[in-house]
Design a protein around this ligand. Sequence first.
Ligand SMILES: NC(=O)CC[C@H](N)C(=O)O
Length: 323
Amino acid sequence: MNPTQSADRLPLPKVLVLGTGGTIAGVSTAHPAQGGYRAGVLDIAQLVEAAPGIELLAELHAEQVASIDSKDMRPEVWSKLATRIAQWFARPDAVGCVVTHGSDTLEETAYFLQCVLVPGKPVVLTAAMRPATALSADGPRNLYDAVQVAASPDAAGRGVLCALHGRVHGACDVTKAHPMALDAFTSGERGPLGFVGPQGLQFTRNHPGEKPQTLSVPSAGNWPRVELVSSHAGADGGVVRALLQASRSGALQPGLGGLVVIGTGHGTVHEDLQAALDVAESAGVRVVYASRAGMPQGGAYDGLNAVKIRVRLMLELAAQAKG
Ligand SMILES: NC(=O)CC[C@H](N)C(=O)O
């Protein structure tokens, strides 16, 4: 008899699976061998059902948090996720949590959760590059692997993780680097934290990236405005001056709290843009520099990319505003 079918088997680890939509829940709008599809159509129970054997890995509690294309991710969904995950982990018998997500903003949600959740039990995000109805859909394997990671004691204490195309990435490093390849995600030169698949789970690197002091989730209506601006040939600061003016006049609500600058090289900035940024800074706007060339590990924001720095800055500014 298969040990998993034995009457006296050990209880399975309890894993919460939260659905938010994305391509993993997408349905083809044309022939399944062709590209057109709509993201976020299937619900999380249907995704679990489509991953044969997943029920032998864990006792799954599937819940729908949202059904969106992740390009439309917004703070309300982040707040719901953080609240539900914190509630789940308050149960002493809760072992892990999986979040299914669109691939486009997965790295932002992963980093948001990394900032606001108390470290400990594993939270694992996953996605797919092909919709659920495609030929060779990658979602079921990715979901299965994410549950393998979330149910594993070895994954605990490593921060928020992402299980994608056989690799386990940390929330700080992971980024989407290709619009359609199945291995669309990378952790850059640092490489993934490990591998997961038919052979099980193996971590090959320990450092999951810097975990900031746990930050609170801003309450509704109290998310600060942090915008991204970039430096490039001819960047003259006009966008920054327009934002500042709209903010001062009250036309922009909430007003401008911070700017993340996607600079060149080491985070360097065109002199004309810099002049406008200096004015913004002296008006009380927090200005943080990232780079379009990628940042090395270390420093105030530990090599985070610009969209993750934006997440962090929103949370830090909200914490400061609360006092
Ligand atoms: N592969 C994907 O999931 C990208 C599709 C979709 N735009 C999303 O992020 O939800």
